[in-house]
Write a protein that binds this ligand. Structure first.
Ligand SMILES: Nc1nc2c(c(=O)[nH]1)N[C@H]1C(S)=C(S)[C@@H](COP(=O)(O)O)O[C@H]1N2
Ligand SMILES: [Mo]
Length: 407
């Protein structure tokens, strides 16, 4: 199978890709709930230019070549992030803009008894599983790292929650039959660097891990085909783990007899082997491991940062929390800079890998308020009050503040 025919050159020829450019304006929606003026919600940071890409609502442009597009904050008020608003990063310049399903196949080869090739229909004919899981970039919130670090300068919008439907990876590997020599499984998509020296985006997992993981090869996202920018026709979904593992436009699963040592495993996406992946700029860790499970996080999603709310009237705060798959035990709010904490009410449980919504009734007094939200997962892991740092801005999970004025 030749996948190269499906890759358009010069992907971001603007005429081909960019339908509509919208300049973000300050929307005044009047009073919504307890919140009065509603500037474009963006965590209190300047709103980036938003652009419309194929299959997408206008998204915040973090990089344009290749596209790194951020979900605007207003889309986090629902349990599941709409597909057309889900953030998008790509590493390589040449990414699929169309896939011919007649010739497209998912190939499983290497250290297997029988190489397998699946069409999309073949995959759909297998017993499906569905799982709600957060898709979060390792570098979500990197822009807030201090000192600043290189990499796409994401604010908090490099995350989303979806129901993923597909086939357990385990089942596909069983069909192929792992040889005794099998040590790792590598994953590669249709995207290419365009020049020889740029290594393909290949990631690997150990056979032992894959055998007991909830990984799926997903062909549907929130009940619909994946948007092309989110990995049509199929992608790997590794619930609870950072999305760098969630290879998009997956075509090659190759089982290997030796640990894989490609650039994207050996050089990139490694974290210090310290608690929460923390190191200091003047003492960088020498002992590193591949980034893996997500740590626990929570956010305010309403009211917006710096909103003006009605004093002495009940105001319902809203937000989300998630972790790497143990599930959220509790979410707490502090209105006194962390001296005391009160439990928020947790919303519908869509499973331990999903966003968990929370609400909190609060009656503000007249004046300025600085609120905090922190989550604890079922393993007792709690968000830190001070931000940790590492060289690549991975795994930020500091307690998030919300500034409000009540008048
Ligand atoms: N083939 C391919 N898959 C990929 C990537 C890529 O560059 N190429 N980027 C990864 C990274 S770093 C992230 S954060 C997720 C993002 O998935 P999304 O675009 O659906 O949000 O895709 C992952 N899968
Ligand atoms: Mo990422």
């Amino acid at each position: 199978m030749s996948s190269d025919s499906t890759i358009a050159r010069s992907l971001l020829s603007r005429r081909h890709w960019l339908g509509q450019v919208s300049t973000t304006s300050l929307l005044c929606l009047g009073q919504v709930g307890c919140q009065r003026a509603v500037p474009e919600p963006d965590g209190g940071w300047p709103t980036p230019e938003e652009m419309r890409f194929p299959g997408k609502v206008p998204l915040g442009v973090v990089n344009s070549r290749p596209p790194c597009l951020e979900t605007p904050w207003r889309y986090f008020r629902t349990d599941f992030t709409p597909n057309e608003a889900c953030y998008v990063p790509w590493h390589l310049q040449m990414l699929p803009t169309a896939v011919d399903l007649q010739s497209w196949r998912l190939r499983i080869g290497g250290e297997v008894a029988q190489t397998q090739e699946y069409s999309l229909q073949d995959l759909r004919d297998l017993e499906p599983v569905e799982i709600a899981a957060v898709n979060q970039c390792s570098g979500n919130s990197r822009k807030f790292a201090a000192p600043r670090v290189p990499g796409a300068q994401w604010k908090n919008g490099a995350m989303g929650n979806a129901r993923w439907t597909g086939v357990p990876l385990r089942v596909l590997l069983e069909e192929a039959g792992l040889k005794a020599s099998a040590v790792e499984v590598t994953f590669r998509g249709l995207d290419r660097g365009g020049i020889q020296s740029v290594p393909d985006f290949v990631r690997s997992l150990s056979v032992d891990f894959v055998k007991q993981s909830d990984a799926i090869v997903a062909y549907a996202m929130n009940g619909e085909p994946l948007p092309i920018l989110n990995g049509f026709p199929v992608r790997l979904v590794l619930p609870g783990w950072y999305a760098t593992w969630w290879i998009k436009a997956l075509t090659d699963i190759n089982v290997v007899a030796k640990p894989f040592t490609g650039y994207w495993m050996e050089k990139a996406y490694r974290i210090p082997a310290t608690p929460n992946g923390v190191e200091t700029p003047d003492n960088l860790a020498t002992d590193t491991v591949p980034i893996n499970r997500m740590n626990v996080r929570s956010f305010f999603t309403f009211p917006n940062q710096n909103a003006n709310v009605a004093a002495n009237r009940s105001c319902e705060l809203e937000g989300i929390a998630f972790d790497g798959g143990s599930g959220i035990r509790q979410v707490e709010i502090s209105t006194d800079a962390g001296k005391t904490w009160q439990a928020a009410k947790l919303g519908t449980d869509h499973g331990r890998y999903s966003f968990r919504r929370w609400r909190y009734e609060w009656t503000p007094s007249l004046g300025q308020h600085a609120l905090l939200v922190r989550a604890t997962n079922n393993e007792g892991e709690v968000q830190p009050l001070e931000a940790g740092w590492n060289h690549a801005g991975y795994m930020r999970n500091v307690v998030e503040p919300l500034a409000l004025t009540a008048s």
